[in-house]
Design a protein around this ligand. Structure first.
Ligand SMILES: [Zn+2]
Length: 324
C-alpha cells in the first residue's frame, strides 16, 4: 500500500504552534498560558485517516512517551480520535494536529485498550466534550490500575510532563458480540470488542469507507508483542482477524499502516512459538524459571525490545498454560 505523507499545516501562520488558550483544565477553567503546542507529525494512510507513529522504546524523558501509534479519522460532520497517547502533553499535541487539518468538532475519543500509551492523553480532549468509547471491560481495567499507571508515568517522564494526568473512563461502551457503528458524516466506523487477547479489553475500529482497520495492540509489527491478557486467546483472535476483508491495518506499534493479512503473520508466529515452547517445557515438568529463560528464544532476532518483554510473556504464558 502506498503511504502518503500529508502536510497538515493548513494554517501556516501558526508556524507549528496552536495557542494553549483554548485548552481547558480538569477543573473546567480555560487555561491561559503563553506556551504553544507543537502539533504531532501525522501521516495520511488513506483519505481522511491520519496516523502518528511512535518509537519502539519504553517511555522516557528522551521520547516523552511518544511510543505508540495514535491518530484520527475525519468525516463530514466531525472527527474521531483513536487512542490519545501516553500523557496529557501528547494528547494536546494530537489535538493540535487535528486543528491543523480541520475545524470540525471532535465528537469521539476511542480507546483501543487500557494501556497508558493509548489512554493517558484522553484528558486533552475534555474541553471538546466528546463521547469517550471503549470496550465494556475498559473502565474496570483502568480503575484497577489507576494509581499504578499514574505513578509509573511520573517515574518514567518526571513530574512536569505527568502533570494533569488522569484516567478518563469511557462514557459509552462496546460489548463483545455487539459491534457499535458511529457515523462521522459520510463515513461509518465499526467498533468491535474482543474476548481476552492482548488485554481483556481490546477493541478494533474499522473505517468502512477506506477499508482501514485500526487494530490497537492486537497487532504488533517490529516491536515485540507484550502479553497482558491471554496467550491462547490472543492467538485465537489473530486467526479470526486474519479472515477480515480489509485493505490495510494500522497496528498499535509498527509502521503507520501495513498490508493485510500479512500484518498478522509475525505476531501470530511469535505467540504460537511461545505457546509451543511452553507446552514442551510443561510436558517434561519443566519449571517456570526454565520457561522464562528459554521459551520464545528462537524469535529473538525478529523483534525490537525482545529482551525487555519476552521473559514476562513467557512467564505469563506458563502460568496460563499450566492449567490447560
Ligand atoms: Zn497495549
Amino acid at each position: 500500500m502506498s503511504v502518503s505523507v500529508f502536510s497538515f499545516l493548513k494554517r501556516p501562520m501558526l508556524m507549528g504552534g496552536v495557542a494553549l488558550a483554548m485548552l481547558v483544565s480538569p477543573s473546567g477553567v480555560k487555561a491561559d498560558t503563553s506556551q504553544s503546542v507543537t502539533p504531532l507529525s501525522m501521516e495520511m494512510v488513506a483519505p481522511g485517516v491520519y496516523v502518528h507513529v511512535g518509537v519502539h522504546e519504553d517511555p522516557s524523558p528522551g521520547n516523552q512517551g511518544d511510543i505508540s501509534n495514535i491518530g484520527f479519522v475525519i468525516g463530514t460532520s466531525g472527527v474521531a480520535v483513536i487512542d490519545s497517547g501516553d500523557n496529557p502533553a501528547l494528547g494536546h499535541r494530537l489535538r493540535a494536529a487535528i486543528q491543523g487539518v480541520t475545524d470540525l468538532p471532535i465528537l469521539y475519543v476511542i480507546n483501543t485498550h487500557m494501556h497508558p500509551d493509548h489512554v493517558l492523553g484522553n484528558v486533552a480532549f475534555r474541553g471538546d466534550d466528546p463521547e469517550y468509547i471503549g470496550h465494556a471491560r475498559l473502565a474496570a481495567a483502568l480503575a484497577d490500575r489507576e494509581s499504578f499507571y499514574l505513578n509509573a508515568l511520573k517515574s518514567q517522564l518526571g513530574a512536569t510532563p505527568a502533570a494533569g494526568a488522569e484516567i478518563i473512563p469511557p462514557t459509552r461502551i462496546v460489548d463483545i458480540g455487539a459491534p457499535v457503528e458511529i457515523d462521522l458524516g459520510g463515513r461509518v466506523l465499526v467498533l468491535t470488542a474482543y474476548p481476552t487477547a492482548h488485554t481483556d479489553n481490546d477493541l478494533t475500529v474499522l473505517d468502512q469507507l477506506t477499508g482501514t482497520l485500526w487494530a490497537g495492540d492486537l497487532i504488533f509489527i517490529e516491536r515485540i508483542p507484550s502479553l497482558d491478557g491471554s496467550l491462547l486467546g490472543w492467538i485465537k483472535v489473530l486467526h479470526g482477524l486474519r479472515t477480515l476483508k480489509v485493505a490495510r491495518v494500522i497496528p498499535g506499534h509498527g509502521p503507520a499502516s501495513a498490508d493485510w493479512p500479512q500484518a498478522t503473520f509475525a505476531a501470530t508466529r511469535y505467540l504460537e512459538t511461545l505457546a509451543g515452547d511452553i507446552r514442551a517445557i510443561l510436558d517434561r515438568n519443566g519449571s517456570l524459571k526454565e520457561a522464562a529463560l528459554s521459551a520464545g528464544q528462537g524469535e529473538k532476532e525478529n523483534w525490537v525490545l525482545f529482551e525487555e518483554y519476552n521473559g514476562g510473556n513467557a512467564t505469563a504464558g506458563y502460568v496460563e498454560l499450566e492449567w490447560e
